[in-house]
Ligand binder design. Structure first.
Ligand code: GLU
Length: 474
């Protein structure tokens, strides 16, 4: 496909809640579309719903976008700051006779319509409304757009779904400003998209029914209609719309649950978009390969296991120092309570990230490892401890005591030597040590853990197990 460097796209969230993953995916698709084409990505906060919009939601949306490193190429537009312009454009339509003031209350309008004409002749109902006296003093009114009744059906080419046709009989004289003068979403979105010179509107499928109304408004203003692309929904495992039961829906929850932004980015782009069988993409590759033509029409099922797998892939590839910084971003007090210095932490992250799905899991593992085991796993003891074990551990402690400079290779050599001397397999020595260090028979490399923990703490933990074993009946 030829690139289109003059394309301008936008992500236009309403701050009526936190950014959810469906919203983030729309943002990513817009961003990738812009980057792929060498075009412009813009951000607009649609805060004109004054009852439901909250500044704290704007903040959390911006934080979430910042977290995934998506930024507007031009200063962000705050919709409420353009309210005078919205009013001006409503007045323009009123003056041009393309909109009218409706002093009936909405229910009254429909009641009147139903009583007079019945549901079959919908168009006639407009005349009741349209022929109203347009200046009724202080009486409250809504402003309705005058549906062009001779317009015929509205056809547009959705870049994902192909040609879509909607008959105007499915529309009505929709309200563009509520009583009190508040302009409605379908109106302001068009005014601001014209203002920001948006060429492609990429947004969720839930907006599909708004598109014909918006096209009519572009036509009323004599402006070119942008291209539309409606993204399929994200579905839960049961095939229904994704709900809070299926997945955390707020993006920042993923941050605090220990997912890496690049992993979530990669995962969400693959949700509904494919490039052959490839699963793991660098951001550069996504920019290179992304096209709307490769976005599917069908809803995409959210698969938490796949996200976990992908996060593991990204964690293993990530730099350990960066992961440590991420841990304190997740919890600024995290390292305060730990007996490890920066170097030890980096080493522990390196070991535990191999076995974990999220950074939060790594953090929990390290936190547990920071203290001697609260208890020993009975099954591990039954499997790995026999009557010879206490003597073995005593020899081991004695030998390890003699090590002056506590280093990985020396630790390894000494433990191997004890096993050999006692005619035991390495596991017969290493597993009891593991139980001493972590309480059970599963952990990263025992040698590395001993190395990180240091001589004193390592020996203390082995001696604690020894004490425990000596007190064990039988
Ligand atoms: N503000 C709308 C929303 O959050 C999006 C508008 C649009 O993309 O056209 O759903």
């Amino acid at each position: 496909m030829k690139k289109n460097p003059s394309c301008r796209v936008r992500f236009a969230p309403s701050p009526t809640g936190n950014l959810h993953i469906g919203g983030l995916r729309a943002a990513l698709f817009n961003w990738l579309f812009a980057r792929h084409n060498g075009g412009t990505f813009l951000l607009r906060i649609e805060d004109t719903d004054i009852e439901r919009s909250k500044p704290e939601y704007t903040q959390s949306i911006l934080q979430a976008l910042d977290w995934v490193q998506i930024a507007s190429d031009e200063p962000m537009v705050i919709q409420s700051e353009r309210i005078r312009e919205h009013h001006r454009m409503i007045d323009q339509l009123l003056v041009q006779g393309k909109a009218y003031k409706d002093y009936y209350q909405q229910d009254e309008f429909f009641e009147l319509y139903a009583a007079k004409y019945g549901s079959a002749e919908f168009a006639k109902a407009y005349h009741i409304c349209r022929d109203q006296e347009q200046n009724q003093g202080d009486k409250p009114y809504v402003v309705r757009f005058k549906l062009p009744l001779d317009r015929g059906s509205i056809t547009f080419n959705d870049m994902i779904r192909g040609q879509i046709t909607i008959g105007t009989e499915q529309l009505d004289d929709f309200v563009i400003a509520r009583s009190g003068g508040f302009p409605m979403y379908n109106f302001v979105v068009v005014i601001d998209d014209i203002f920001q010179e948006i060429t492609h509107i990429i947004r969720g499928e839930e907006h599909l029914s708004n598109t014909p109304k918006q096209i009519l408004l572009y036509e009323a203003f004599g402006k070119p209609v942008p291209q539309f692309a409606h993204l399929p929904l994200i579905l839960g495992p049961d095939g229904n719309k994704l709900s809070k039961r299926d997945a955390a829906t707020s993006v920042l929850e993923y941050k605090y649950a220990g997912y890496l932004p690049d992993a979530l980015f990669n995962y969400l782009v693959r949700l509904g978009w494919a490039h052959g069988d490839q699963e793991v993409f660098t951001r550069q590759e996504l920019i290179q390969f992304f096209t709307l033509e490769a976005v599917g029409k069908k809803g995409a099922i959210f698969d938490k296991e796949k996200l976990d797998w992908l996060n593991g892939v990204y964690m293993r590839a990530a730099d350990d120092v960066t992961l440590c910084a991420t841990m304190t971003e997740i919890d600024p007090t995290y390292t305060d309570m730990l007996p490890f210095d920066d170097e030890q932490l980096v080493q522990l992250v390196h070991l535990y990230k191999e076995r974990s799905k999220t950074i939060a899991e790594v953090m929990q593992e390290i936190k547990t490892f920071a203290h001697e085991p609260a208890q020993y796993d009975a099954q591990a003891i039954a499997e790995w401890v026999d009557k010879d074990t206490p003597a073995l551990l005593v020899s081991l402690v004695n030998l390890l005591q003699t090590i002056d400079s506590w280093q990985l290779n020396k630790i390894k050599d000494n433990i191997t030597a004890v096993a050999k001397e006692k005619g035991k397999k390495l596991g017969a020595v290493a597993q009891p040590i593991r139980i001493a260090l972590v309480g059970g028979s599963s952990s990263p490399s025992v040698f590395e853990l001993l190395d990180i923990l240091g001589k004193d703490e390592s020996l203390r933990r082995i001696e604690l197990l020894l004490e425990y074993l000596q007190q064990m009946p039988g």
